[in-house]
Design a protein around this ligand. Structure first.
Ligand code: TRP
Length: 324
């Protein structure tokens, strides 16, 4: 009898196992996360990679999560289409990298949790009214940066500069907010300022050439459009032998001169921790948006050399050197 039971058990077990292998190998049951960025540039790519790596470390790797990874190629209309598709697919969460992306995601859904990354000013971008208390389905990480420290770096590294030109893409609220702060800071420090905005990337070269003739240094904020074409701008700086201070380390890496800013890998990882909290059941309204409060100085020594600027030893010692 005992033997018979065990034979039956074995048969039953075998049947269930066959049953298992017959279940369709679709991703049913996996958590669905839509990840979207406005375009590809060095910094946004770093954020996405760091986010995905940290998700894996936190136990949300591809065995558990199906990530739909999308990029809008710089087109606002693509962003809308991508976010609507995520909503149609009923994803469990949208991870939106950069301001225009987060705005498109927020316009597409008011119930699917949206975790944004690297939104410079979530309040000005109208994603939240209070960074500490999300009142919608939206929270995430901000890459607000210390523009006052960039202006001080300008004074230290290039004391001969009297007039700074500010250049940004008018449609990017993240760039506008940062540039306006930087202008106020520069004027407080006694610099003369000049402001030029562009409406699209094709205007960059000419606008930069014109500005470079008029000023001793240029500052470009955290501007996605310009970041994507940073090499073009860097070339103008080198031609005119003027330093270009930037909003992000990636723009220094791509030929800008120097900045004080955040570490974007860290920001991507922090975004994963916010996603984890929400996936584990904390309501979005209880997950405040976060900023990074550790800043580093980044300098491109090749650019320094090309424009004839020597980096004082005490600054070189603590700065991170970037560029090929
Ligand atoms: N902060 C930008 C935004 O709000 C996105 C961004 C992240 C960025 N890293 C950057 C822009 C580097 C330019 C350069 O949209």
């Amino acid at each position: 009898m005992k033997k018979m039971m065990s034979v039956m058990m074995a048969a039953l077990l075998a049947a269930t196992m066959v049953g298992c292998s017959n279940t369709p190998s679709s991703d049913e049951g996996k958590i669905q996360i839509g990840v979207v960025q406005i375009m590809e540039h060095r910094s946004l790519d770093t954020i996405r990679e760091a986010f995905l790596e940290e998700m894996e470390t936190l136990g949300y790797g591809e065995d558990k999560v199906e990530f739909q990874i999308q990029n809008a190629q710089g087109e606002q209309s693509n962003l809308g289409t991508i976010c609507k598709k995520f909503v149609g697919d009923k994803v469990d969460m949208i991870v939106a990298i950069a301001t225009p992306t987060a705005q498109a995601a927020a316009a597409a859904t008011s119930d699917i949790p949206i975790v944004f990354s690297a939104v410079t000013d979530p309040v000005e971008a109208k994603l939240m009214e209070d960074m500490q208390k999300p009142n919608k389905n939206v929270t995430g990480t901000s890459d607000a940066i210390p523009v006052d420290q960039v202006m001080q770096l300008c004074k230290q590294l290039t004391p001969q500069v009297k007039k700074i030109g500010f250049l940004y893409t008018a449609s990017e609220i993240n760039a506008q907010v940062t540039a306006e702060k930087a202008i106020r800071e520069a004027e407080k420090m006694g610099y003369k300022t000049e402001l030029v905005t562009i409406s699209e990337i094709s205007e960059l070269q000419q606008a930069a050439q014109k500005l470079a003739q008029d000023v001793d240094a240029i500052y470009v904020p955290i501007d996605n459009t310009i970041a994507q074409a940073m090499q073009t701008l860097a070339q103008v700086g080198i031609e005119h032998k003027i330093p270009i201070y930037t909003g992000a380390d990636s723009m220094v890496n791509d030929g800008g001169f120097a900045t004080v800013g955040i570490e974007y890998r860290q920001l991507g990882k922090q975004t994963a921790h916010i996603a984890q909290k929400i996936l584990e059941g904390t309501p979005v309204s209880e997950v405040p948006a976060e900023t990074l409060n550790q800043f580093g100085t980044f300098i491109n020594p090749n650019t320094a050399k090309a424009i004839g600027i020597e980096i004082p030893q005490e600054i070189a010692q603590t700065a991170t050197m970037l560029g090929e």
